[in-house]
Every structure is written in structure tokens, then in C-alpha cells.
Design a protein around this ligand. Structure first.
Ligand SMILES: C[S@@+](CC[C@H](N)C(=O)[O-])C[C@H]1O[C@@H](n2cnc3c(N)ncnc32)[C@H](O)[C@@H]1O
Length: 272
């Protein structure tokens, strides 16, 4: 098969997946899609995109397995501790003091929930320091495109290995003692879980004071990333914060609208 034929077969396959499952495959980097599809092809012992396409026709469950492979779900509580420490003080504390009403947070691409529950814990801590009640002032929208990830977020049961980066005092204060650990009701109550596709849908319930989107846009192609960054800038309140993953960088028009406050931690802020 020539490279051109291979490209055509790949394009036909991704268009078919997009049509069948309503995911915008063309928003993802080709290299990333090819690698993930190759994983499923190997698992099913087929060697060409055409054969894999036929297999999808015969076996609807394979679509679920493929979508699972496409959405990489690695995550942890308090992943990259220095980032959360930098966010908590001064940014989260300042937001808490500046806002009279609700402090609204969006964890976009939340995987199995470790990130939004980390945010809920930090909001509880911020409220505690301010002598406030988090439940009445904070809300975290936790969204992901992957159904299985959202089920895990709802189930909210985590093995010890999920906590290796979180300070032990926070684990003791905000999670049940016996494994599998669960966030306490005061933490869970802050988190609202919903299915959402970042490549196709507007933000679920703007405006937000803090948008956390880490290790997600890395899989998207440049035009999709640029569009998404502009959407985030629109969705933030004045003084609102955008937190990206450690290897992700803002570009395009949004770069002129948000100020890079912490270069190492990828903390951006919208000017007033
Ligand atoms: C590597 S995880 C990142 C989890 C967490 N944000 C973190 O940094 O620990 C990437 C997540 O992005 C989600 N994702 C991929 N494409 C998406 C899309 N189009 N819309 C929303 N979420 C998406 C995946 O399902 C996966 O849960």
C-alpha cells in the first residue's frame, strides 16, 4: 500500500468513527489517533484500516474499546504538587477573598475525578482558613468526554496509589480512612459531574473564576487548541485563572488576553 492509500484509508476510518460516535476525530493530532488505533488493531489481530473498519461494523463493542484507547486517562490526586501549592496561595486564596458570591471552577478533561476532588479539597482548605463554609461558596464542574471516566468520578473510590502526591494531612482530613478511600461528603458535594466534549461544545456553565485543563489539549491539533484557548479566555471572569498542564503553552489570540503569572506552573490570569 502506498503512503497516499494509507492516508486515504486512515481518513475514511476516522470519518466513519466521527459519524458513528459523534466525536471529532479530526480535532486530534493524526499521530496520536494512529498510535491509539494501532493499539486496538494489534489487540484484535487486524493489519489494515479497512479490516479494522469492517470489524467495527460487526462488533459495536469495539467502538467502546477504541474510544477508551483514544482518551488517555492517566491522572492522580495533587498531580505535580508544586503546581497546586502555587495555585492555592496566593491565587485561590485571593479569588476567595475577592468574590462575594460563588467561586466557580471548571475541571475540563477531569478523567476519573482525582483533579476535581483535589480542587474541592483545596477549596475546603481555603474556606477553612477564611473561617467560611465551602459548601455554600464553591462549585467545581467536572467534565470529560469519556463515559467510563465519568462513571469512575461518580463512584469516587480510589486506591492508595492515587494519593502518592497528595500531602498526607489533606488525605487524612478529607478522605475516608479505609481503602478504597472516598472523598468525604463535604468534598463530594462541591463537585458536579457532566459529560462534555471540549472539541464540540461551549463551556457548560460560564463564567468561571478558575479553569483547570491539564494534559488534555496536548492531544488536539493546533487549530483546535487555539480555538479552545480563546473559548477559555471568554469563559473566565476578570481576574480569573487558567491552569494548563506542565508541558502545555497558551498561543494564538488568547495569549494577548491572559497574563502568564507563573511560567513553570502554567498559571495564566485574565486582567480586570
Ligand atoms: C491524561 S487525562 C488528564 C486528566 C487530568 N486533567 C490530569 O491532568 O490529571 C486526559 C483526559 O482528557 C479527556 N479528553 C480527551 N478528549 C477530550 C475531549 N474532546 N473533551 C473532553 N475531554 C477529553 C480524556 O478522556 C482524559 O480523561
Amino acid at each position: 500500500m502506498t503512503a497516499e492509500q494509507d492516508d486515504l484509508a486512515f481518513k475514511a476510518l476516522t470519518q466513519k468513527i466521527s459519524r458513528a460516535r459523534g466525536v471529532s476525530c479530526d480535532a486530534y493530532k493524526d499521530k496520536c489517533m494512529r498510535r491509539r488505533i494501532a493499539v486496538r488493531m494489534r489487540a484484535r489481530g487486524v493489519h489494515t484500516y479497512e479490516d479494522y473498519s469492517r470489524l467495527l461494523d460487526q462488533d459495536a463493542h469495539e467502538y467502546e474499546l477504541l474510544l477508551d484507547a483514544l482518551t488517555i486517562n492517566v491522572t492522580k490526586f495533587y498531580r505535580n504538587p508544586e503546581t497546586w501549592n502555587a495555585l492555592a496561595k496566593p491565587y485561590l486564596a485571593d479569588l476567595w477573598h475577592a468574590r462575594r458570591g460563588q467561586v466557580r471552577v471548571w475541571s475540563a478533561g477531569c478523567a476519573s475525578g482525582e483533579e476535581p476532588y483535589t480542587l474541592a479539597v483545596l477549596l475546603c482548605e481555603t474556606a477553612r482558613s477564611a473561617g467560611d463554609d465551602a459548601a455554600t461558596r464553591a462549585r467545581v464542574d467536572a467534565t470529560d468526554v469519556d463515559r467510563l471516566s465519568l462513571e469512575r468520578t461518580r463512584a469516587a473510590q480510589y486506591p492508595e496509589t492515587a494519593f502518592t502526591e497528595m500531602p498526607a494531612a489533606l488525605v487524612r482530613r478529607y478522605f475516608t480512612a479505609a481503602p478504597p478511600r472516598r472523598p468525604l461528603p463535604a468534598v463530594q458535594r462541591l463537585v458536579h459531574i457532566l459529560k462534555h466534549d471540549l472539541t464540540r461544545e461551549p463551556p457548560p456553565d460560564p463564567p468561571y473564576d478558575l479553569i483547570v485543563c491539564r494534559n488534555v489539549v496536548i492531544y488536539f491539533d493546533r487549530p483546535t487548541q487555539e480555538r479552545l484557548f480563546a473559548t477559555f479566555a471568554d469563559a473566565l471572569t476578570p481576574n480569573g485563572i487558567l491552569l494548563l498542564g506542565k508541558v502545555e503553552t497558551l498561543f494564538g489570540p488568547a495569549r494577548d488576553r491572559l497574563v502568564l503569572q507563573e511560567p513553570r506552573e502554567r498559571i495564566y490570569q485574565k486582567p480586570v
